[in-house]
Design a protein around this ligand. Structure first.
Ligand code: S3P
Length: 176
């Protein structure tokens, strides 16, 4: 049974890489944010707006416990998932965990490329965003670094780079 969980900061490429890794390994792919949105029929940003971050984190934890039971899957977590409750300990018991580690500069570039709705980043100027990434990454890294594997990501600017990243992750995990 294969269960691989990708975690890391917003913009690390968890969803992009997870989707491709699942394709390559012929496994189902689950993105925890998408799973939450489909289960509650609400966007993550709407849950934040209605229930605050605290409400979102409770839902996130409950949904984590659902997806982390699935078998033969690749799962990508939300950027904050490992940093609340006992989520990191739990997910390490359930899965092969990989921290997709990016420098603040790479994360910033990725976030600028794909400006999805991220409630924690909304309304920030580029300078504020850079500063926020640096400081919040520092406080989150002790959680992320509990993952079983750490994989340094580069700028994932195109399909070739994403494929290379997927290949390198397979090599790291000894998957032929
Ligand atoms: C969050 C990251 C988001 C989403 C929510 C909170 C965070 O997921 O779960 O907006 O706290 O870092 P992505 O990392 O997929 O953007």
């Amino acid at each position: 049974m294969t269960r691989i969980v990708l975690l890391g900061y917003m913009g690390a490429g968890k969803t992009t890489v997870g989707r491709e890794l699942a394709k390559k390994l012929n496994l189902m792919f689950y993105d925890l944010d998408w799973y939450i949105e489909s289960r509650f029929k609400k966007k993550v940003s709407q849950i934040f707006a209605e229930e605050g971050e605290e409400g979102f984190r409770k839902k996130e934890r409950n949904m984590l416990h659902e997806v982390a039971e699935f078998e033969d899957v690749i799962i990508s977590l939300g950027g904050g998932t490992p940093c609340f409750f006992d989520n990191m300990e739990y997910i390490n018991q359930q899965a092969e965990t990989i921290y997709l580690k990016g420098t603040p500069e790479i994360l910033y570039e990725h976030l600028m490329m794909a400006k999805g709705k991220r409630p924690l980043l909304e309304g920030k100027s580029p300078e504020e965003l850079k500063e926020y990434i640096k400081t919040s990454l520092e406080s989150r890294e002790p959680f992320y670094c509990q993952a079983k594997h750490i994989f340094n990501i580069e700028l994932l600017g195109n399909g070739d780079k994403i494929n290379k990243c997927v290949e390198d992750i397979c090599t790291m995990l000894n998957i032929p």
